[in-house]
Design a protein around this ligand. Structure first.
Ligand SMILES: N[C@@H](CCC[C@H](N)C(=O)O)C(=O)O
Length: 285
């Protein structure tokens, strides 16, 4: 089984080419591949399959040739992965499965078709405009933090920290407790503090994230979109450009009237061959 390893601002993925959808990809195999000591190690898996060849994307085959079959490290599915989409596009281009023609490149996901633009090292994807819902809370380490629920195709809870709380001091070695009535399918939880002004950005935010299905990651693209939308709302704006610093680097989020562009580096670092029989015993998600 061939693989490529790639990342977007440190959010890392095992990429599996499977154009005809022939691979029997199970939650156990995904978890084994993502195991950082016994497998390859990653926050998630991106299977590269023709849209026409996968039941979740066949209806989108007329709009996008390739389907990003995204899985979290624990073997669960997610509807959308912003950094994954950017790395997926890097893979399509570098392997010649798609050709940059100056226009946007469509990619099918479980949350619909996203469009990508390439500018050298930077890959930007346009996703849906984040939808802001009611407040909820996240509890960790004896703190209960207020946040805003945000839908970016997948669920998020954005919690700006009260003044005086240190972002780096949060213990994200375990999942924050959230309200299961508000998030019955789980949620990605972002914690933020304001940053100092950045040229070309209307707002600047520093963020850490605890991802559903992957634990703390160095970056979460959809999370940065959720954070940007909340920062703009709190600044009294509907649209704008937000620089978001994550532990793995910086992305730029541009919220428009009808969408949200996520831009940042996307890098492929290795290719190789997996020995499936040597992987840790498949375990259920
Ligand atoms: N890291 C991703 C989000 C991946 C999915 C998430 N863990 C979920 O379960 O919703 C991103 O870059 O958006």
């Amino acid at each position: 089984m061939e693989f490529t390893k790639g990342h977007g601002t440190g959010n890392d993925f095992v990429i599996l080419p499977d154009p005809d959808g022939a691979l029997d990809l199970t939650p156990g195999l995904v978890a084994a591949l993502c195991d950082r000591r016994r497998g390859i190690g990653a926050d998630g898996v991106l299977r590269v399959v023709r849209s026409a060849k996968h039941p979740d994307s066949a209806a989108l085959a007329g709009e996008a040739e390739w389907f990003m079959d995204y899985w979290n490290a624990d073997g669960s599915y997610a509807e959308m992965c912003g950094n994954g989409a950017r790395v997926f596009v890097r893979y399509l281009l570098d392997t010649g499965l798609a050709t940059p023609d100056g226009a946007t490149l469509p990619v099918a996901t479980r949350s619909g078709v996203v469009r990508a633009r390439v500018d050298g090292d930077i890959i930007a994807v346009e996703m849906r405009r984040p939808r802001l819902y009611d407040g909820s809370t996240a509890a960790l380490g004896g703190l209960t933090l207020a946040g805003t629920a945000v839908d970016v195709g997948n669920p998020h809870l954005v919690c700006p920290l009260p003044v005086g709380l240190d972002l780096g001091g949060l213990d994200l070695t375990r999942a924050p407790d959230v309200d299961p009535a508000v998030f019955p399918a789980g949620v990605n939880v972002e914690f933020t503090v304001p940053g100092s002004p950045v040229d070309g950005a209307d707002e600047h935010v520093l963020m850490r994230v605890y991802e559903r299905g992957s634990a703390e990651t160095l970056s979460c693209g959809t999370g940065t979109c959720a954070v940007a939308a909340v920062a703009l709302r709190d600044a009294g704006r509907d649209t704008g450009v937000v620089a978001v610093d994550v532990p793995g680097g910086r992305v730029t989020v541009t919220v428009t009237e009808d969408g949200c562009w996520l831009a940042g580096p996307a890098v492929l670092v290795a290719t190789g061959t997996i020995t499936p029989t040597a992987l840790p015993t498949a375990r259920p998600a």
